[in-house]
Design a protein around this ligand. Structure first.
Ligand SMILES: O=C(COP(=O)(O)O)[C@@H](O)[C@H](O)[C@H](O)COP(=O)(O)O
Ligand SMILES: [Mg+2]
Ligand SMILES: [Mg+2]
Ligand SMILES: [Mg+2]
Length: 409
């Protein structure tokens, strides 16, 4: 494990086949199959699915040694090793989480220099959801793909910026499925405001060996790949985000609380700074894009009207809106409150994507003691039917979500 984290187990490099059209799959409506297939494929070859035991993961409580004084630090690598020793994660997952942190460091560095090295602005391309891609949307996506691929521990990746899930070629393939939003809040890049990255990690819930016979088509392999990615958030084995702001903060959960690591730019290490974060039970900050007020339904409008009435301290709630989900959630984890991206008359599912934005963030917030709902159902229980499907979301302190639910009932 230690060797692997230090990179001594990395394979040598070869072509970046995830960018090859042969590895791109077609979006489709998913009917969940009996068998979840996880593995790697190359065109006209056989699917290789590997058995991996996830037994033991998340069973034992973490025994994390907390730093006792300011000279005693725990960095991300040490923390991951401790988690592995405590039986909370396996070595493969530790490597995936370490690889993602590397991508985040690279993205943080590029964001800081973006206007100097001329990587602000748009790329001139449009992603599958109709968004104009920023140059850094594209670059960050490549950085994520490359770090995950070279970890040798991921089989399938799905990104906001890729049309369809991508299978890692056999040489580099591992067992984990990773979904991610490489840059969240990309409209903030060009004005040097808060952005983030979001990721969720699934372990395959069924393992099997499937031989593609000569008659099997690449479409069948693609279908299996998409099915593997379309899992409810309740199946996540880890999730996290990286905040790019006045500090760079890598925040994650492996199912036993939420931990945050701040990047020390002096020596390039993520250092544990927020131990077992618990969201405040209530918090008087709300984050909604109120420009859409007239497009919301009446029950939601009354809830927002209520927030503007003076509370017990004589003051109404404070409105805060950054335009970056990562920034809103980070603030809420530490200060409490509620964030909403509701459906409206122009957009029946709101703005945010279930798979790589709402599910990972809901996992994190629930792990910190918060709640997350689409208004009717827990976000983590929604079964995705499409890779890029959107969902309304209300997320935050438990008492704030319960109050909202009374208004929506
Ligand atoms: O930036 C976001 C969209 O993600 P993206 O940059 O496309 O990854 C979200 O985090 C925004 O907070 C959200 O889309 C803002 O929605 P509106 O305020 O435009 O409704
Ligand atoms: Mg986008
Ligand atoms: Mg986003
Ligand atoms: Mg994005």
């Amino acid at each position: 494990m230690a060797e692997a984290l230090l990179g001594t187990k990395c394979s040598s490099s070869s072509s970046i086949s995830h960018l090859s059209p042969n590895f791109h799959l077609f979006p489709t409506n998913i009917k969940r199959s009996q068998h979840l297939i996880h593995g790697s494929f190359s065109p006209n070859s056989r699917i290789r699915c590997e058995a991996a035991s996830l037994e033991g993961a998340k069973t034992a409580p973490a025994q994390i040694k907390k730093p006792k004084n300011r000279y005693e630090m725990v960095n991300l690598t040490t923390w991951l090793l401790q988690q592995e020793q405590a039986g909370n994660i396996d070595a493969e997952l530790a490597i995936v989480l370490s690889s993602i942190s590397l991508a985040c460091k690279q993205i943080a560095s590029l964001l800081q220099r973006s206007s100097i090295v001329n990587i602000t602005g748009t790329q001139g391309t449009v992603n599958i959801q109709g968004e104009d891609q920023k140059k850094l949307d594209v670059i960050s996506n490549e950085l994520f793909c490359n770090c995950l691929r070279s970890s040798g521990r991921t089989g399938i990746i799905a990104s906001e910026e890729e049309d369809v899930p991508v299978a890692v070629e056999e040489t580099y393939s591992g067992n984990y499925i990773v979904v991610f939003d490489p840059i969240d809040g990309s409209a903030n890049i060009d004005i040097a405001l808060t952005t983030g990255s979001i990721f969720g990690i699934y372990g395959p819930d069924q393992q099997c060996l499937v031989d593609m016979d000569d008659d099997s088509t690449i479409d069948q392999a693609r279908e299996k790949c998409i099915v593997s990615v379309c899992q409810p958030g309740s199946n996540l084995v880890a999730a996290g985000y990286c905040l790019y702001s006045s500090s760079v903060v890598y925040t994650l959960s492996v199912g036993n609380g939420v931990y945050a690591f701040t990047l020390d730019p002096a020596y390039g290490e993520f250092v544990l700074t927020h131990d077992d974060i618990k969201i405040p039970k209530a918090g008087r900050i709300y984050s909604f894009n109120e420009g859409n007020y007239d497009l919301w339904d009446e029950k939601l409008q009354s809830y927002l009207d209520h927030l503007k009435q003076p509370g017990p301290n004589g003051k109404p709630y404070s409105g805060r809106y950054i335009g970056c989900l990562v920034g809103e959630i980070h603030r809420m984890l530490l200060y409490g409150g509620i964030y909403g991206n509701p459906k409206n008359k122009n957009s029946k599912n709101g703005n945010l994507r279930l798979l790589y934005e709402c599910a990972p963030m809901s996992y994190i917030v629930e792990q910190a003691g918060g709640k997350s709902t689409d208004g009717n159902q827990r976000i983590l229980e929604i079964m995705p039917e499409q890779i890029h499907q959107r969902t309304p979301i209300f997320i935050g302190s438990p008492e704030e979500i319960e109050k909202l639910e009374k208004y929506l009932a």
